[in-house]
Design a protein around this ligand. Sequence first.
Ligand code: NAD
Ligand code: UFG
Length: 338
Amino acid sequence: MAVLVTGGTGFIGSHAVVELIEDGRDVVILDNLSNSKECVLDRIEKITGKRPAFRKVDLLDMEGVRGVFREFPEIDCVIHFAGLKAVGESVAKPMLYYHNNLTGTLNLCHAMEEAGVRRIVFSSSATVYGKPDSVPIREDFPLRTTNPYGETKLMIERILSDITVAYPEWSVSILRYFNPIGAHVSGLIGEDPKGIPNNLLPYITKVAGGKLPCLSVYGNDYNTHDGTGVRDYIHVVDLAKAHLCALDRAAKVKGIEYFNIGTGNGYSVLDIVAAYEKATGIKINYKIVDRRPGDIDECYADPAKAKELLGWEAQYGIERMCEDSARWQKLNPDGYGE
Ligand code: NAD
Ligand code: UFG
């Protein structure tokens, strides 16, 4: 038996592959390397002592996807990370995002059904809750999105839901991630965004490493304890572990289930800056600038359902997340390099 991990050389996928291998599971990675590098496989091997099978395949290439299922008949479940994820880029290039994320997922589902593989864990996002009416956010809150990226997540959730209606043998677990940060404790794998980072932690680590001069804090007039935006940051290793729990749950339960994967704690931008400074002893230069369009005041999870049904709960706090991000940055100042 083996797990097919789409997007397995990416940030979250690579951490999930490490957890899967360490749990004794066989892994096949499918990735087109559009936002990751093949050397991630060397790093995974260094950490785990085992090199996962890897096929450079684009999910848009239907024959290529079919070929992976044919070549590895032991695949009996899928974790589907592969997708494009930059909110701003999705506004500028909606066709690219809809085509890549939706067509890619449809091809994957076709190939799964043909191969008789009917268990999938899907990477969704807290972005499907849009601006919530209240916090903490429960899974039954209204769904609304504000950009094409978020729309692809919501549409894929609906596609997978319809599949479970038409094909009652399918088991689908939708994991709605809050804000993944941190890195593996080894410092061998981590987040390696292209160009100037959009997200808070990668930006802070670049400032700490002297690669960027100053963090712009987007607004200090939000309705939060210090005026800066509040999010539910979750350690990527905790997040990775949730996928193993979801795979096991889906092996027992048919149909579709939705889970928030967060810590349940909200921290502001300035809380994170302070935690990073405390964890590393490095001063982070920052300035307050205008709000970033589309940002919301507060977003954090009620993770009770994941605890009850998946038996999963986050273990790491923000200081540990910052320490691990900092170690990754220090050991790999240019990410995975060229
Ligand atoms: P990532 O970009 O590091 O990893 C995604 C991987 O998918 C990359 O390796 C990329 O090369 C691959 N990929 C993209 N399109 C593909 C295609 N058509 N065929 C094959 N491979 C393809 O992103 P990540 O941060 O690891 O995110 C993983 C998943 O989690 C994504 O679906 C993302 O939308 C979702 N998610 C991420 C966050 C976050 O903040 N990082 C939050 C919520 C949800
Ligand atoms: N922020 C700054 N300066 C920066 C970057 C971010 O002040 O340079 C602030 C933002 O305004 C926000 C907080 O830091 O208050 C977090 O911002 P991120 O960009 O790190 O994360 P978001 O919550 O905006 O979005 C992330 C992912 C989305 C995903 C969402 C919910 O980027 O793809 O979490 O899962 F949809």
